[in-house]
Design a protein around this ligand. Structure first.
Ligand SMILES: Nc1ncnc2c1ncn2[C@@H]1O[C@H](COP(=O)(O)OP(=O)(O)O)[C@@H](O)[C@H]1O
Ligand SMILES: [Mg+2]
Length: 265
């Protein structure tokens, strides 16, 4: 989806390093010299073992952390903090429990004083994620998959340029997860939005991504970037798919430290 129609949503990550607890005895080099350009409308996944800095990189793009070194830009403008132009979806849908589905989806617009009851914006997003009829339900009345749909709709209602997803379907059962992957692809295609997805699920990355960024830890860095050229919709069991899976696992295994049993995803 790197179409010319899309003029914004370019993410530039330039030689970014992030050190936590710098100069203390518990110093962690979470990211070292990470360099990555993500084109408008592209869907890029970050995969790699726990602790390789995936969430840190996503949080830097979100503006929730600042880089120790290097630069992060959105459409050539430095990222200086969180903003509605970058929507966030986490594993935990973190809906407001006291608001209905409608209220949750409308919450961003209301906070920004952009909410207009007469326009059908909120209804449109509820429809987009297939939750018509559940407008008046509260979060505790929803399944995990439905709650995550609401979280997606809430992000989309703000019409961000970029969607940042940190293991968004990690807590869902396998069937719901596949369903949500299709849902994400559908709305990503409709909205031509740039998406950066953290996942520990290699199949999910292959199924969804234009490119897969493989990261390795200590220090967190990019090991390899794989382009997925198979056209969508992708079959989950064809030869290309299996090929890519083996290649990614080999890259991760090759980079593995022999003394680290917790390495596997
Ligand atoms: N706020 C923090 N303070 C100290 N260390 C952190 C902090 N956040 C992350 N780290 C460390 O940075 C490394 C990368 O973490 P993270 O980005 O969460 O990895 P991943 O998402 O790939 O599992 C880990 O070693 C983690 O313990
Ligand atoms: Mg993480």
């Amino acid at each position: 989806m790197t179409g010319d129609a899309n003029v914004s949503g370019k993410i530039s990550i330039r030689n970014v390093s992030k050190i936590f607890n710098e100069n203390k005895d518990n110093e962690v080099v979470a990211l070292k010299n990470v360099h990555l350009d993500i084109e408008p409308g592209e869907l890029v996944s970050l995969v790699g073992p726990s602790g390789c800095g995936k969430s840190t990189l996503l949080r830097l793009v979100a503006g929730l952390e600042t880089a120790t070194d290097g630069e992060l830009l959105l459409d050539e403008t430095p990222i200086q903090g969180p903003h509605y132009d970058r929507g966030l979806v986490f594993q935990d849908p973190s809906l407001f429990p006291w608001l209905t589905v409608y209220g949750n989806v409308a919450s961003g617009l209301k906070a920004r004083k952009l909410y207009d009851k007469k326009s059908n914006t909120v209804e449109e997003y509820i429809k987009m994620i297939g939750l018509e009829g559940f407008e008046k339900s509260y979060p505790h009345q929803l399944s995990g998959g439905m709650a995550q749909r609401v979280s997606l709709a809430r992000s989309f209602a703000n019409q961000p340029k970029v969607l940042l997803l940190d293991e968004p379907f990690g807590a869902l059962d396998a069937f719901t997860r596949m369903n949500m992957q299709d849902e994400l692809l559908k709305i990503w295609t409709e909205r031509e939005i740039t998406a950066l997805l953290v996942t520990h699920d290699i199949d999910e990355a292959i199924y969804l991504s234009d490119r897969i960024v493989i990261m390795t830890p200590r220090p967190g860095k990019i090991e390899e970037i794989i382009e997925v050229k198979t056209s969508r919709p992708r079959a989950r069991n064809n030869e290309d798919f299996l090929h890519l899976r083996v290649r990614i696992l080999e890259t991760l295994n090759f980079a593995k430290r022999a003394d680290d049993l917790s390495y596997y995803l």
